[in-house]
Design a protein around this ligand. Structure first.
Ligand SMILES: Cc1cc2nc3c(=O)[nH]c(=O)nc-3n(C[C@H](O)[C@H](O)[C@H](O)COP(=O)(O)OP(=O)(O)OC[C@H]3O[C@@H](n4cnc5c(N)ncnc54)[C@H](O)[C@@H]3O)c2cc1C
Length: 297
């Protein structure tokens, strides 16, 4: 690791001032689980590291909108462990709590933050598919203002996001699932329980009248340079009856849009097959949940 100067600003304004002053030579640090590894491997050699731990206002979880009809706003420095255990999140966004629970080990989850995980831009991470399926938004703030964008638009390429020099991801807003919907996040882990996914799938199915699908979201992780939103596959199920044949056709269509890498977790061909299998299972589990959540007649 190269020598660097560590800065610990006590306000966002001070953090922006440091980022503006040092430009390309500065790197933000949140939980440090990703950036420290990159620095040790000399993939990143900043002269200045700007730690966010002491910046107030980035650590809260709050309700947005009309209480239970809204969603939650999560500060960028909230850790994965806090989010998975937060009683409000567990109650109104159980899919989010369950997804963050799937990340690595309790030790990593106690360090890694919601904002750091997103800006890291690793396509094998667990949270992005779920956050994209739910239509979550991020807020990026800098000395020149604030912009908001769908999480889906944040990911530009392999380990590359749309966060611009001088910007800090300050919060994530996550809407609740639509009424009448069920969801599932499945992580295929054939090696060890704390590994990154070989393939992961987030699915949300909204049931219309009878046995029809009024809406569906399918987003996959670990099968491309960025998370893969399988919109073409969704269109094969949306408006259709939820029959095994229609579900199978929808799951099969994800094979056309995933583009996995050959690596020690499996060949690209194997991952493509697993993408289909886990998409079908995720849709089936989401449908099962819509039945369990149905109000009693
Ligand atoms: C051994 C190990 C196993 C893991 N397994 C998994 C897994 O199975 N699934 C999974 O999803 N994740 C896993 N992770 C975690 C994941 O890969 C990242 O390391 C983690 O999410 C990064 O969060 P952080 O808060 O530590 O970010 P940091 O390491 O502090 O930062 C990551 C990047 O984001 C930037 N950054 C951080 N915060 C902000 C901000 N608020 N605004 C702007 N830029 C910012 C940094 O400059 C850096 O580029 C694992 C990590 C380790 C070390």
């Amino acid at each position: 690791m190269n020598d660097f100067e560590f800065h610990s600003p006590s306000s966002l304004e001070e953090a922006f001032e440091l980022l503006d002053r040092y430009g390309d030579d500065a790197r933000v640090m949140a939980g440090g689980t990703g950036v420290v590894l990159q620095m040790k491997q000399r993939l990143s050699q900043p002269g200045h590291v700007v730690g966010l731990r002491k910046v107030p206002g980035l650590n809260s979880i709050g309700l947005t909108g009309n209480g239970s009809a809204g969603g939650i706003e999560v500060g960028a420095m909230v850790t994965h462990r806090t989010l998975e255990n937060d009683p409000t999140v567990v109650q109104i966004l159980p899919m989010v709590a369950a997804t963050y629970h799937h990340v690595a080990t309790p030790r990593i989850r106690s360090m890694a933050t919601v904002g750091g995980g997103l800006v890291h831009g690793d396509p094998n991470e667990d949270p992005p598919p779920t956050l994209i399926a739910l239509g979550a938004l991020v807020v990026l703030t800098s000395s020149s203002g604030r912009r908001e964008m769908p999480v889906e638009e944040l990911f530009v390429d392999y380990y590359e996001t749309d966060v611009q020099p001088g910007e800090i991801l300050t919060s994530v807003t996550i809407p609740q699932q639509p009424p009448g919907s069920g969801s599932a996040y499945l992580k295929f882990l054939p090696r060890t329980a704390d590994d990154y996914a070989t393939v992961s799938v987030a699915a949300i199915v909204t049931r219309g009248n009878g046995n029809t699908c009024s809406d569906v979201k399918i987003v996959l992780g670990a099968v491309g340079m960025t998370p893969v939103h399988a919109t073409q596959a969704e269109s094969l199920l949306r408006g259709q009856t939820l029959t095994p044949e229609n579900i199978a056709a929808c799951a099969s269509a994800v094979k056309e849009v995933v583009d996995p890498l050959d690596d020690f977790r499996g060949s690209a061909e194997y991952k493509r097959d697993m993408a289909e299998v886990f998409t079908r299972r995720a849709i089936e589990q989401a449908i099962q949940q819509t039945l369990e959540n149905r109000p009693a007649a």
